[in-house]
Design a protein around this ligand. Sequence first.
Ligand SMILES: [Mn+2]
Length: 187
Amino acid sequence: MKLFIGSDIHGSEANLLKFLNIVDAAAKSDPDVNIALLGDIYNHGPRNPFPEGYAPMKVAALLNARKDYIMAIKGNCDSEVDQMISEFEIGTDCTCEWLGYTLHFTHGHKCNPELPIKDAKDSDIVFYGHFHKPTLTVSDGVLYICVGALGLSANGVPRSYAVIDEHKLAVKNLDNGNTIIEVALQQ
Ligand SMILES: [Mn+2]
């Protein structure tokens, strides 16, 4: 039982493939693997450079092939046309129960440790992206995890994703697999 959480692909097929190779490898031995995408899926964004391997339609094809186990929410760069090329729903921020934990998923531009909306305050763990930098913040007893970015990274910051299972939550370097953040979970 693993949930992989990625954000900010920004149309980078090359970097999405690295992420999906990791997810697909995990899925071979574990039938219960899911993906959460925290927005900014296809568009590079007008303030950003084109990321490595920029190919939004190829990103759509890769994700559509995995539509049955993707949960996606909208970021600030995602527009109406993005839903038209996606066979999975690009929804709004959501909360779910996971092995006794309440998890909240958000892109991060309207909810983050500095902007803790009610849904976040009522959760145990908040996952967000947007800032393209993996971080752990504890605020009012809530764990905020910025999972970093899959496609675009800030200067000198590695590309990263998060993975959570029964035992721990980890944020890992997309390129070398190194653990950036690790939190043990108690059942
Ligand atoms: Mn964003």
